[in-house]
Ligand binder design. Structure first.
Ligand code: NAP
Length: 288
């Protein structure tokens, strides 16, 4: 039987993962399948049993199951433990491993779209303190970043995330502030990352003006609908380097595909075009 992987979530129809993985299966001539599974939380133990039996070789886990699936795994990778969420399952002998690829996906995208970030980025302002912020903050601190300030609407969530990160990286400078501290911090900042959902459907931050950042600064998004959010647009107008959020989605898929199908896939311009066309058709069909 050909190997079958999956993406499991509820709902699942919005997931672009089947398109990404099926593109790679065709591109590399691999006999296999990647299926969307709409599952409720109570069905997760059954899913794990099916991986043990070999019905599936593994798969992706998406909302709302990224936290709940962890207790069903035999082992979590250091990334999944640090980020407190699992987005990829694979088998290691008889054991089922829970892994998180959002952090490596974020860094791989930064490396691809703004490779010069490695030469000068050391201080980062992170907008948001939700699940995605946790992955991005871990990624950057685990890489070369020494100084991170988390800005979030709900101050308590920023504080909790900062505390968690300080335990993981006691030697680094990690701070939490309300969003209105942006203007004070911006001139010394060389990387701004938006991990909030603001930007989706062209929503805007009231008081975040990228023109206040250092002239060498990089501005990165993780929202990818639209591809150029108002924040990225303002950053471009200010002459800053920008990184869109689509690449993170594509790069986070790489390690799972490699584990399940035995070939490390590439994030190519063709794949980006394919997913962009699909996202555009979604918007077209939802406009009256
Ligand atoms: P989440 O856990 O629900 O966190 C949402 C964050 O956005 C929180 O910090 C929240 O602030 C902030 N926020 C929401 N509405 C806001 C508003 N009106 N004003 C100010 N702050 C606001 O969500 P998540 O899982 O981190 O996902 C965040 C975004 O990233 C989503 O759009 C998701 O699609 C995208 N994402 C993209 C990728 C990718 O591969 N490119 C991967 C993961 C996620 P409070 O704490 O104050 O509520």
């Amino acid at each position: 039987m050909p190997p079958i992987a999956f993406v499991a979530g509820y709902p699942i129809h919005h997931s672009r993962s089947p398109l990404i993985h099926t593109h790679w299966l065709h591109q590399y001539g691999i006999t296999g399948k990647y299926l969307p599974l709409e599952l409720e939380t109570e069905q997760l133990p059954q899913l794990i049993k099916q991986i043990r039996k070999g019905t599936y070789i593994g798969g992706n886990i998406t909302l709302p199951h990224k936290v709940a699936i962890a207790r069903h795994c035999d082992r979590l990778t250091p990334q999944a433990t640090a980020i407190s969420a699992v987005n990829t399952l694979y088998r290691e002998g008889k054991k089922i491993v829970g892994h998180n690829t959002d952090a490596t996906g974020f860094i791989a995208n930064l490396d691809q779209q703004a490779p010069r970030w490695r030469r000068h980025v050391n201080k980062c302002l992170l907008l948001g303190a939700g699940g995605a912020a946790r992955a991005v903050a871990f990624a950057l601190l685990d890489d070369q970043l020494d100084n991170l300030t988390i800005l979030n609407r709900t101050q308590q969530k920023a504080q909790t995330l900062a505390q968690h990160l300080r335990q993981l990286f006691p030697e680094k400078q990690i701070d939490a502030r309300p969003l209105d501290h942006f203007n004070r911090k911006a001139p010394q900042t060389d990387l701004l990352v938006n991990t909030t959902s603001i930007g989706m459907n062209n929503t805007r931050f009231g008081k975040i003006d990228p023109a206040r950042l250092a002239p060498e600064a990089v501005v990165a998004e993780i929202v990818y609908t639209p591809l150029e959010t108002p924040l990225l647009n303002a950053a471009k107008l200010a002459g800053l380097t920008t990184v869109d959020g689509l690449g993170m989605l594509l790069h986070q898929a790489v390690p799972g595909f490699e584990k399940w199908f035995g070939h490390r896939p590439e994030v190519t311009p063709e794949l980006r075009k394919r997913i962009l066309a699909d996202l555009a058709s979604l918007f077209d069909s939802s406009t009256p």
